[in-house]
Design a protein around this ligand. Sequence first.
Ligand code: ASP
Length: 345
Amino acid sequence: MKTKLLLIYTGGTIGMAKDYETQSLKPFDFENLLKHIPELSLIDSEIQFTGFEIPIDSSDMNPDHWVELAKIIQKNYEFFDGFVVLHGTDTMAYSASALSFMLSGLQKPVIFTGSQLPVGDLRTDAKENLITSIHFASLQENGKPSIKEVCIYFEYKLLRANRTTKINAENFDAFASPNYPDLGESGIRLDVRSHVLRTEDPSIPFTIHTDLNTDLGLMKIFPGMSRAFIESMFRTDEMKVMIIEAFGSGNIFSFGWFKELLRKKSAEGLLFIINTQCAGGMVEIGRYETSEIFQEIGAINGFDLTTEASIAKTIYLLGQNLNSAEFKKLYEMDLRGELTYLKEY
Ligand code: ASP
C-alpha cells in the first residue's frame, strides 16, 4: 500500500519569487512551487498539500505559527503516515525544535525542509531537499513509519530537529547537529541510522501542547559588556526566565555588582538558564570559580542545548504553569532527545 504524506507549505526561499521592482525575494503561492517540481507526480507515495493561507518569510515566524502548524498536524495525524513541512531556513531550527516539544507521543515523522535558492532557480537545492524529505518520511518498517520524531532534512543530511542549528547563510550545507549524530544520510541509498533514532513509548497517546509563554530573555555575554546595558536588560517585569549564553563550560565575568544583580533577580523569582556560546560541548557549572555564582543562585543547567532548542524548550515549559522547582527539574531532563547529561551530574 502506498504511504500517505501531507506536505505543509509555510513559505521561505523554497517557494519565493523575485519582485522585479525591488529585486528582493518574496514568498509566493504554493501553485508556483508545484509548477517547478513536476517530479512530485513520479513519487511512489500519495501526497496531499496544505499550508498557511499566506506564506511567510520565516523571519516572521512566531509561536502563533507554531501552534497553527501543530494544529494542522493534529487534525491530519490519523490520516497520514508522515508530514513534510516546507519552511524558510532562517528560523527553521527554532520552529522545528518548538514542534518537537509541542508534539508528544509522536509515532510518525515530521520532517522540516527548505532551500537556499528558490525552486525556480536553475541551480536550486529545493528539489533534492524536498524529494528526499518525502522519501525519508515515507520509509516504513513492518508497516509502521521508521522515523518517529521531528527532523530537519537539508543537503543530504537528516538531523534531529532540536539538535540542529543553522550554520551557514550561503552554502547549501546550511545546517549542523554539533552534539548529536546525524540521523541519516542521502547518497546512492537512503541511510537511516536506526540506533540513534528516537523511540517513543507507543502507549503514550499523540497530543499537542499549545500553551506557550514567551516571557523570557536571552543574554549573550562578551568581554567588555557594559554595566548600563546589562542592567537595562533586567528592567522589565514581564520576564520569568533569562537564558545566559556564557563562555566555555558556563563561565562568566566575576564583577561584584554583577553577582549582586544575579542574587537580587534570583531572589525575586527570576530563573536563570546557563548555556554555552560554544557550538560543541556542554555546560559544567562549578568547574571553574567563574561559574560558582550560577551554583549559588541555583541556576538551571542547559547542558549542550542549542540556542534554538533552549528557547523553544523554555517557551514550551513556561506554558505549562510549573513552579520553579518543577520547571528546573523538567528543563534539566531529556524530554525529546534534545540534551545530553554530563555523566556525573
Ligand atoms: N529568509 C528566508 C526564510 O527564512 C531564507 C530561507 O528560506 O532560506 O524564509
